[in-house]
Design a protein around this ligand. Structure first.
Ligand SMILES: [Zn+2]
Length: 62
């Protein structure tokens, strides 16, 4: 199941969308994006909680 996180839902004013095949990978990619695009050096537990709360399953394209 593909996981999707809209960067905007995490709280950034950003149209970025992160997709990955697992929660762990998605979290990793969001952390990298937050660092490179938003200058967030460390991902706090609060940010992790936020990302997890806005993470959605993307329906497979039939
Ligand atoms: Zn972003």
């Amino acid at each position: 199941m593909t996981k999707v996180v809209n960067c905007r839902d995490v709280g950034f004013d950003c149209d970025g969308v992160v997709r990955a095949e697992s929660e762990e990978e998605t979290l990793q990619l969001v952390a990298e994006h937050a660092k490179s695009a938003h200058g967030l050096e460390t991902v706090s537990p609060e940010v992790v909680d936020k990302v997890m709360s806005v993470m959605r399953d993307e329906p497979a394209i039939a």
